[in-house]
Write a protein that binds this ligand. Sequence first.
Ligand SMILES: Nc1ncnc2c1ncn2[C@@H]1O[C@H](COP(=O)(O)OP(=O)(O)O)[C@@H](O)[C@H]1O
Ligand SMILES: [Mg+2]
Length: 344
Amino acid sequence: MKITVAHSTKEGLKAEYLKHFSGKEASEDFFAEGDSPETINAVLNALREKGHEVSGIEADDEALTKLEKNRPDIVFNVAEGLFGDFRESYMPMICERLGLPYTGSGPVELAVCLNKARAKEILSYYSVPNASFKVFSSADRRELEGMKYPLIVKPVAEGSSKGVFDNSVVENPEEAYKLVKECLKKYNQQIIVENFLEGDEFTVAVWGNGDEIEVLPIVSINYDDLPETAHKIYSYEAKWIWDTPENPLDIFKCPADISSSTKKGIEETVKKTYRVLGIRDWCRIDVRLDAKGVPHIIELNPLPGILPKPEDNSCFPKAARTAGYSYGEMLNKIISIASRRYGI
Ligand SMILES: Nc1ncnc2c1ncn2[C@@H]1O[C@H](COP(=O)(O)OP(=O)(O)O)[C@@H](O)[C@H]1O
Ligand SMILES: [Mg+2]
């Protein structure tokens, strides 16, 4: 097949940022979502090895023109984009405008999942368990006093642990107030404050459509390897600072060592989540048990990270590997799931 990989590299995001917001300073975690050249090259090469004719494009101002000229059979979309609430919807919207098939979820679903509060509202409507929460557009002491502690404070529409730091778990209204205020200023968006789920955490790769939705082996996240004083969360520090290739954190286990009833509960919850949010082709869903052991959805990642090397600890490829798929086979499978959906 003729495939174009649509991506947002760290370099590409920086270039766009400079072009459009020159003079404004970016926060330390601003480009956390961008793909590294190694990841993009690994995707391009793995697809070439599978016999496809492959090119890559940056999801920038020229993407529409380039795609229109190039007209691939399908676009493999991993582009996170840069601008606002619809940044992940940018490539899907271009593909739809050009009538080109593309992998993964559509513009509405990507935008909904990018906004953790909107996604949770839909989950609640369909009775899928998720932590109680409030959304703040300004720091409101009284609202924060009414909540049950501990809480976790996050920007409402970020990913890749952007804005989730070790100190994002707060124990009282004063701490919460300070942090909400600080985050509102730093991230320039609403802040979601959620009840803290204290049970075990998992991340679950799911792929397929319709009656063929399949849950890949569940990844469990174990926090015993974090510094002793750290909160038991997959924070920015845990993801990007404490886990290095030289000194890897041993925090993931796949398949997770869990009872068959916990496994079944998680699988049912993530499948329902995938369906009610209208996800297509593939997704990684974060799950955490509450104090009673009931699986709750934390958030969905319909554009999951796909770092190539096992030591990168990227969880979608990890789950696929456990299920017996090499990196190239995993990418090929996502493309064939999407192609089947389009009838090509
Ligand atoms: N309500 C919650 N209860 C317990 N832990 C949470 C909750 N929300 C987030 N976390 C922790 O913070 C991490 C990052 O939060 P998440 O919403 O998944 O952000 P990101 O989009 O950056 O992955 C999760 O993997 C989990 O460890
Ligand atoms: Mg997450």
